[in-house]
Design a protein around this ligand. Structure first.
Ligand code: C2O
Ligand code: CU
Ligand code: CU
Length: 486
């Protein structure tokens, strides 16, 4: 099988893009896909533990209107599967890490003190951050070192998250638990009557696998980065965690709830459904111009979608499963809500949510093409952008500060593509305008053999940033490149 794949990839070579135009072509089928890593621990029964809510971090100090947070990634032993201890690496020893609640325009500084035995890098995903604080993959914070990440947060309210971003090691380090929520709020959003307080729920969804001793093994090579065969296409776990708990349950009132859905999985995409209507109100980059009622929400690694679910539609006692229509068997379940009481609800979803400027591709200063494919690298196979593996010393695009550009992204197999700094709008998927309102995104999923055109404007900061595939195994196996805003 390996031989067949190698041979196919050899044939595919760097001309994989040609194959990408031929869906169903046998060479494409030979490209590695995400693989399930089976747990050897017995899978827990669903809906037996209650949904944890990550603690909200308190600033260590506030000086002249700047909030300073202390965050120490470190190992900790926690109970994830009932009755077993799991060694995690977590910010503050927690998985998910504490939620940072920040405000648009209010400078927030995170002082990271690395208490792990390995280097780490922290990145604020969705942040518009100066390059020195963006968590460039080689800006390592070594064991025992500290680093201040300085976030101006000159951006709208949105559900962001922070996670490890160490070059070649992001997959295993996030797998061990290095991820947390970072919510940006602003006055525009707070003026809306959306569900708030304990009816505004961050839900971090990720899959993991567990060994009998409770550990979360990651299929690494002993001597080099990347996931070992057959996991180079991505590592899938068989236990679905929400906020770090396996298939949890939450008791809810007969009222509206805002669910901030984040896919923090290494490689699994979800298609989430409660079986009833969901009102989509937000995306990676904050509120949509207007709500959209949907039956399901697709979420690729790195993406966020904010929805409002109205549990007043159900009688007391009713269980409402959040299911994953893209999964099978146990992986088709995510969590369960149980409606257990009546409650007063003053919330509403207004017909207009925000103003979203539509970027005009006609004003683009440049159009660039990026092909996301597998191919040979260092004598093996890896994941490449325009045929090249990540090289911190090579810059593939130099947009000018303030310029609008169109980027045409092409895939062989599925790749969730993420740009640092620059939020974007999707213009077309295989030539067709996507349905729904205009939205700001920072991660877009290319499905098999697709071309997705995005338009973005490079504002904020000059300097070097990365864009990459957010399937973390692909990212670690070099599907990343630099752009420099000049
Ligand atoms: Cu969420 Cu560069 O990553
Ligand atoms: Cu990012
Ligand atoms: Cu990828």
């Amino acid at each position: 099988m390996t031989l067949t794949r190698r041979r196919a990839l050899g044939l595919l070579g760097l001309g994989a893009v040609a194959a990408a135009g031929l869906p169903g072509c046998s060479l494409l089928e030979a490209t590695p896909q995400p693989q399930l890593l089976p747990s050897t621990a017995p899978l827990p029964k669903p809906y037996r533990v209650s949904l944890p809510l990550p603690e909200v971090a308190e600033p260590a100090r506030t000086l002249s209107g700047v909030d300073y947070y202390d965050l120490a990634p470190r190992p900790a032993d926690v109970e994830i599967l009932p009755g077993l201890r799991t060694r995690i690496w977590g910010y503050g020893g927690r998985f998910p890490g504490p939620t940072i609640e920040a405000r648009s325009g209010r400078r927030t500084v995170v002082r990271l003190a690395n208490e792990l035995e390995v280097p780490t890098v922290m990145h604020l995903h969705g942040g518009r951050t100066p390059p020195e604080s963006d968590g460039y993959p080689t800006d390592l914070v070594r064991p025992g070192e500290r680093r201040d990440y300085d976030f101006p947060l000159d951006q709208r309210a949105a559900t962001l998250w922070y996670h490890d971003h160490r070059m070649d090691h992001t997959g295993p380090q996030v797998w061990r638990g290095l991820a947390g929520f970072f919510l940006v709020r602003d006055a525009e959003e707070e003026a809306l009557p959306l569900p708030a307080g304990d009816r505004d729920l961050p839900l971090m969804i990720c899959d993991r696998s567990f060994a009998e001793d409770g550990t979360m093994p990651y299929p690494s090579y002993p001597d080099r980065p990347g996931a070992r065969e057959p996991y180079m296409g991505g590592v899938l776990g068989d236990v679905i965690l929400v906020n770090g708990a396996p298939w949890p349950e939450l008791r809810v009132a007969r009222a509206r709830y805002r669910l901030r859905l984040l896919n923090a999985s290494n490689a699994r995409a979800y298609e989430l459904s409660t079986g009833g209507p969901l009102i989509r109100i937000g995306s990676d980059g904050g509120l949509l111009p207007a709500p959209v009622t949907v039956r399901q929400v697709r979420l690729a690694p790195g993406e966020r979608v904010d929805v409002v679910a109205d549990f007043s539609a159900y009688p007391i006692g009713q269980g409402v499963e959040l299911r994953n229509l893209a999964g099978e068997g146990p992986q088709a379940r995510v969590m369960r809500f149980v409606v257990d009481r009546d409650a007063r609800d003053d919330s509403a979803v207004p017909a207009r949510l925000s103003t979203v400027e539509r970027l005009d591709p006609a004003g683009a200063a440049a159009t660039r093409d990026f092909e996301f494919t597998s191919g040979s690298m260092h004598g093996g196979t890896g994941w490449l952008i325009n045929g090249k593996p990540f090289d911190p010393a090579r810059t593939d695009a130099r947009p000018k500060l303030g310029d609008t550009e169109v980027w045409r992204l092409t895939s062989d197999v599925a790749h969730p593509v993420h740009l640092h700094l620059a939020h974007f709008q999707v213009l077309s998927v295989n030539g067709k305008r996507p349905p729904g309102p205009i939205e700001w995104k920072d991660t877009v999923e290319l499905r098999d053999a697709q071309t997705v055109e995005i338009v973005t404007r490079f504002t904020g900061y000059r300097g070097r940033y990365v864009f990459h595939c957010h399937n973390l195994e692909h990212e670690d196996m070099a599907m990343m490149a630099n752009f420099e805003v000049v």
